[in-house]
Unconditional design. Structure first.
Length: 73
């Protein structure tokens, strides 16, 4: 079931995870929200991972490997 998560657009955080700008926060929130309707339950670690992928800090392969290796809680 879909549950809202805390998004603070003024302080640029999602579940306490900081974002450098509103555009990155919005992109991450949209990606998370779309997947939540499919049963995804975000965690602080998963939000950080998605943010890092959107910001090109990690590659798609690194993103997938992290998810496969349960590097997210």
């Amino acid at each position: 079931m879909y549950k809202p998560i805390p998004i603070d657009r003024e302080n640029l955080t999602i579940m306490g995870v900081s974002f450098p700008d509103l555009a990155t926060l919005d992109s991450t929130a949209n990606a998370i929200g779309s997947n939540m309707f499919e049963g995804f339950e975000p965690t602080v670690s998963s939000i950080s991972l998605i943010r890092d992928y959107i910001m090109n800090k990690i590659t798609f392969t690194q993103f997938v490997d992290a998810a496969k290796n349960s590097e997210i809680d």
